[in-house]
Design a protein around this ligand. Sequence first.
Ligand SMILES: [Zn+2]
Length: 310
Amino acid sequence: MNISAARRRLTTDQFGAQSAGGEWSKAKPLNLIVNNMPLPLIDSPTMKPVVASRRSIPELLAPLNQIAADSPNLVANHGAQFKCGDQTYELPRYLFIGPKGGDDTIRLGIFAGLHGDEPEGVHALIQFLSMLERKPELATGYCLFVYPVGNPTGFEDRTRPARSGKDLNREFWNGSVEPEVKLLQSELVSHAFHGIISLHTDDSSQGFYGFARGATLTKNLIEPALQAAEQFLPRNASETIDGFRARNGIIRDTYPGALSAAPKVRPRPFEIVLETPQAPPSYLKEAALIAALRMILTQYREFIAYAPNL
Ligand SMILES: [Zn+2]
């Protein structure tokens, strides 16, 4: 390439880069450094300080609260408060009362957002409740106690642990002083759930999988749930997942201190943790989680109907 051609190309490239960059190339230098700390690029032409990227829980839950205001089925159960520094936080709680079934009401506890950097489950639960509002018959026979944001400070900060620095899903039933954990433990004790479902995200997994614990029938619930999720996301078929032995995407073990029924509770409720991979698009992750939840409701209702003494 001769020099003039190289020059021409350079000029063209510069021009191209500039026109493609447009306003961004002028705004960019503002992004780079404040107090010697590199700032993340914020997806907005007006530059905001880093704290502006905190998530808003009131904004997140506004659609649900609006539904609850007029719904005969959905109740927003405010009042579970705790302190973090000098701020008062609320642990969001919702109750969905399905149409009456033939048998005694089944109480399920459904939890998401215990890790603040896993918004998939949070959004899935919000959508799930909105869907039940439109089709309450899906929850026939159930009273669903739903905790969409188990770790409000972590959710705001987009961090796995709470603002205290603690991973809340390692703090259950070991004398923890974390206020979120104490609140959730008292919910677990007072409602004596027949089943407990937790939603999580795994950034190291390529596929959907789950943990199954507690009542013997749990394995009969999780397999159809994973099948339902498979309509949207592949299953993790590895023999080892997250350091645990796994079979067909099912782990029969757990971490010490993970959210569960109180240790001495008998009979044990079924306990299922659903784990979505992090990489796929949000709509697929949420659809997979919702499909799995729907399937668990259907399956468990059938078990109860046919085997009341389980
Ligand atoms: Zn998690």
